[in-house]
Design a protein around this ligand. Structure first.
Ligand code: NDP
Length: 510
């Protein structure tokens, strides 16, 4: 990274402070309420986010509807061209956006840069697949008729996003939504609004109003969900907020895609390659400081390898470099002080219940201004402990001993959550059983935390409803219309009035 690059990101944070992206323009919000953005590595205020006013939201919704009407009539090759162009611009903007995001929410530059590349790839994928099919031709119910289905966009999509992967998770929704002919209004987390705003520049060749960004707190998201002029909500975030969004949408029978919290199990069996299972486990537990919806949060380790696994795991964790995400580090700070305090409470309770800290368990020395916490490994965990019941969303790996594969599967499924699950084994039978029996949306066998644009992502149970990515993701943003055509209609068609005597009134011809 060059010094110039650093300057540009800081300048951008300042320039975009207090703005909204409406109707293709960055406008200064008239809001009197500004929310401070604090760099979690150094504790300084780096920008201000506007809490958009109701009048500003009204304009955004109106402009989105106007743009959507035109966009839905734009042919698919033009859509594809613009979407590939957007992906190119996003790649060019990567150094700037990645640095802004690291400064906003703390994760290492490598991870924020990866996020931009994955997001660009998602736009490239949907640029092509959006035109792959637009319905089905059905076997007609009357000979000579033509029956088919048409896939149509829903209208204006309100996309409500969390702080941990603000560009990627927006891309998963926006690429599919725009590809299928919708307009999108994004409401980013107030913790990562600046990078989302800066990303809006990449939409400069799309019709004004097709993609807009309105910032602010929960009220802004709630207003978008409630409006009669938004037609679908794509939500990613915590369970409680997700329930709120789903209830609001239910009032209008508005489709809601809910991607909510996870509490993923990580099973290690005796046949596993332990070195693989250790490095994969460390990555799955501590990527983005454990603030990933699919972080490994419940380790179920077979008793015959438990001690060896925990000791190798601890060795690996001790090698992790903590610090400012703009430096050469593996782990940045947590997103803010409130999140760190919430995490510390979960940890304190686990220790109170009998968990043993193998490494970590405290704030690192020398980082007093930031929101850092040491990656923490806990042993002596039993299935009933509170730390295994809810989402941790922080840097902790709790290790629970199991005596069999059956017990591991049973414990993994004994949860209100059902997002992803990991299994480490070289036994083909166990791999197959795990993929069939684990109650969740994604199963990773010996392959931690991967997604594939071409395959569905989403959760079961309280982890959500609906799917993003893949052809399944397209269906979340469109609806079907049935069309029935008789190309040669005749007055003799048999099922119309008046009913024929013989057929309708057998034995009553009087
Ligand atoms: P939150 O649920 O706190 O917030 C998500 C978004 O909803 C934010 O933009 C928030 O605004 C907004 N919001 C708050 N209140 C309302 C409301 N009443 N109506 C509409 N929108 C509202 O999640 P976090 O940002 O803390 O993100 C972390 C969570 O996201 C974790 O639980 C994680 O598991 C989950 N997640 C799930 C994923 C999945 O694919 N299943 C992927 C990534 C994360 P604001 O915060 O600005 O107030």
């Amino acid at each position: 990274m060059t010094a110039l690059n650093k300057m540009t990101a800081l300048d951008k944070l300042e320039t975009l402070s207090g703005t909204l992206f409406i109707d293709g323009q960055f406008i200064k919000s008239k809001s009197e309420n500004m929310i401070e953005v604090v760099d979690p590595a150094i504790g300084s205020v780096i920008a201000k986010v506007a809490d958009a006013t109701d009048a500003e939201l009204e304009v955004a919704i109106k402009k989105a509807n106007e743009a959507q009407q035109k966009w839905s009539k734009t042919e698919y090759l033009t859509r594809a061209d613009l979407m590939h162009g957007l992906a190119r611009k996003l790649r060019e903007m990567t150094p700037l956006l990645a640095e802004m995001l690291t400064r906003e929410m703390g994760k290492p530059y490598k991870e924020t840069a990866d996020e931009m590349e994955w997001s660009a790839g998602c736009f490239d994928y949907y640029a092509e697949i959006s035109r792959h099919d637009q319905g089905r031709v059905l076997g007609p119910v009357v000979e000579g008729h033509f029956n088919y289905t048409l896939k149509e966009p829903l209208g204006v999509v309100a996309s409500i996003q969390p702080f941990n992967y603000p560009i990627l998770l927006l891309a998963w929704q926006a690429a599919a939504a725009i590809g299928t002919g919708n307009a999108v209004i994004v409401k980013p987390s107030e913790l990562t609004s600046m990078t989302t705003l800066a990303f809006m520049e990449a939409f400069d060749e799309f019709p004004a109003g097709l993609m807009q960004c309105v910032t602010g707190g929960g009220r802004v998201g709630a207003t978008l969900c409630e409006s009669k002029d938004t037609h679908m909500v794509g939500f990613t975030g915590g369970i409680e907020t997700g329930k709120h969004v789903a209830r609001t949408c239910a009032e209008r029978f508005k489709p809601a895609l809910i991607e909510a919290s996870g509490n993923d199990p990580f099973i290690v069996m005796p046949s596993a390659n332990l070195d693989v299972a250790v490095r994969a486990g460390v990555f799955a537990a501590f990527l983005n400081c454990g603030q990933v919806c699919t972080s490994a949060e419940r380790f179920y380790i077979h008793e015959s390898i438990y001690d060896e696994y925990v000791s190798k795991f601890v060795e690996e964790v001790k090698k992790l470099r903590i610090g400012n995400g703009l430096e050469k580090v593996d782990l940045g700070p947590m997103v803010n002080k409130a999140e760190r305090s919430r995490f510390e409470e979960i940890l304190a309770k686990a220790i109170d219940e009998g968990a043993k800290v193998e490494t970590g368990g405290k704030r690192p020395s020398g980082f007093d201004q930031g929101c850092f916490f040491e990656p923490t490994v806990l042993s002596g965990i039993t299935p009933d402990m509170s730390i295994l019941q809810g989402e941790i969303f922080g840097p902790a790996a709790p290790m629970c001993k199991v005596s069999s594969f059956d017990e591991a599967i049973e414990l993994a499924n004994d949860s209100e959550y059902g997002l992803g699950a990991n299994v480490y084994t070289q036994d083909l039978k166990e791999s197959m059983r795990a993929s069939n029996e684990l109650q969740c949306g994604m199963v990773w066998v010996n392959a931690p935390l991967l997604d594939n644009d071409a395959g569905p992502f989403g959760g079961n149970k309280m982890s959500g409803i609906g799917r993003e990515l893949g052809p399944e993701g397209l269906e979340s943003f469109r609806t079907s219309k049935l069309v029935m055509i008789d190309p040669a209609a005749s007055p003799q068609d048999f099922w119309w009035f008046p009913y024929g005597n013989e057929e309708a009134f057998p034995g009553n011809n009087g």
